[in-house]
Design a protein around this ligand. Sequence first.
Ligand SMILES: CC(C)(COP(=O)(O)OP(=O)(O)OC[C@H]1O[C@@H](n2cnc3c(N)ncnc32)[C@H](O)[C@@H]1OP(=O)(O)O)[C@@H](O)C(=O)NCCC(=O)NCCS
Length: 165
Amino acid sequence: MAVTTISLRPMTTGDIDAILGLEQAIFSHPWTEGILRDELAGRRRTYLVAEEGGEIVGYGGVMIVAEDAHITNLAVARAARGRGVATRLFLDLAEGALDDGAEHLTLEVRFSNLDARRLYSRFGFAPVGIRKAYYVDEDALIMWVTDAAGSDYRARLAAIREGLQ
Ligand SMILES: CC(C)(COP(=O)(O)OP(=O)(O)OC[C@H]1O[C@@H](n2cnc3c(N)ncnc32)[C@H](O)[C@@H]1OP(=O)(O)O)[C@@H](O)C(=O)NCCC(=O)NCCS
């Protein structure tokens, strides 16, 4: 099996061009430079990039509002998928949000995005509702982890991290 070294670090404005490239390659309604700059400057937000061989292969972000941590974005370059990049990003985002006092985790995901829904189910997210036409052309499934503050959820994250080795 190929040995890969994936490292995570905070996103900076110097990463914006690379992130825009990934956004445009992955999403039908990509984030703009303005959105990325606003997010990086926003309060109670954390954005991380994943690098492999000096290249950014994934990124994700979380915004904390009151005690709720909203996953705002999570994406991995097609060529780098299925090797735990999103799992690593999500683990650091979730653990960071819990360390910062979040008690619940939430996100929206395209109804048809089964890859992402499977990933989020592994992290304990359960569907709680639908936002009609959230993506204009498709509904969003609203998912929550409502009991993220307890030791059980920390243990779940630790078990997922252990499974990456
Ligand atoms: C959804 C998405 C972020 C997942 O990224 P990823 O890096 O492929 O995710 P991971 O590799 O961490 O996990 C994917 C699968 O690979 C498996 N996997 C992880 N590491 C592995 C490894 N070393 N060897 C084999 N399989 C592995 C995981 O167990 C997981 O399996 P599952 O789908 O049965 O749960 C990616 O498909 C993507 O960018 N999609 C488009 C953007 C998007 O939909 N974003 C979410 C918006 S809400």
